[in-house]
Design a protein around this ligand. Structure first.
Ligand code: FMN
Length: 200
């Protein structure tokens, strides 16, 4: 089993979402010790945003790209290769201003590529990243699970399903800014959700 872990917090060492993602990975590896692990830490190694130069590079035929354009496309190619090789994708995702971190959005913009990770047919779009399980560890200062203010879960379900990944399980650690007791409770609850998610 190939596991790909994506950390998206801007916090490098004190990130709850990255730690929870690691807990999910540890749990998966305990069950299948021969698994391989690739860690893509978007806080430590931010992926560039999709600006005009990137779009021009991506939409130029490979043989006509400048060396700089080829370099830019290669950065996205590397992320696509990582997710294509993964059987399981584990993400750590903090809530930033009611959405996903821009670092994660840049990763999504890199891996969503027409004719490579999705394609359009006469019946509509078809995702090409199939046969993968996705686990997402969500961390929040407040409490937004199952409320309209939670734009993260519907967005992530939509984009992953568009790309072919329909088995997506969420683990929530909420109320992390609501005092030490609430924080401890949230993290303990997340650990038991991890057990449930991995066994489900
Ligand atoms: C820039 C920023 C924006 C945030 N926005 C929200 C928010 O909209 N809602 C919320 O519940 N918590 C918000 N928080 C709190 C984080 O979600 C919380 O601290 C979480 O633990 C961060 O994840 P991390 O520990 O992996 O870095 C925000 C934190 C930061 C740094």
């Amino acid at each position: 089993m190939n596991i790909l872990q994506i950390n998206s917090s801007a916090r490098l060492d004190a990130s709850h979402s990255s730690r929870l993602a690691t807990s999910i990975v540890d749990r998966l590896r305990a069950a299948q010790p021969e698994s391989t692990l690739t860690i893509r830490d978007l806080g430590r190694t931010p992926h560039p945003e999709l600006d005009e130069a990137a779009l021009q590079a991506l939409f130029s035929p490979a043989e006509l790209r400048t060396p700089q354009q080829a370099e830019r496309v290669a950065l996205d190619d590397a992320l696509i290769a990582e997710i294509q090789a993964a059987d399981v994708v584990v993400l750590g995702v903090p809530m930033y201003n009611f959405g996903v971190p821009s670092a994660l959005k840049n990763w999504i913009d890199a891996i969503a590529r027409a004719k490579v990770t999705f394609t359009y047919t006469d019946k509509g779009p078809v995702g090409l990243l199939t046969n993968k399980k996705v686990y997402v560890a969500l961390t929040r200062g407040g409490l937004y699970r199952n409320t309209p203010a939670d734009t993260q879960v519907p967005y992530l379900k939509t984009i992953f399903s568009f790309l072919g990944m329909t088995d997506v399980r969420f683990v929530y650690a909420e109320g992390l800014a609501m005092g030490p007791e609430a924080e401890q409770k949230a993290l303990a609850s997340a650990q038991s959700q991890i057990e449930d998610a991995v066994l489900a």
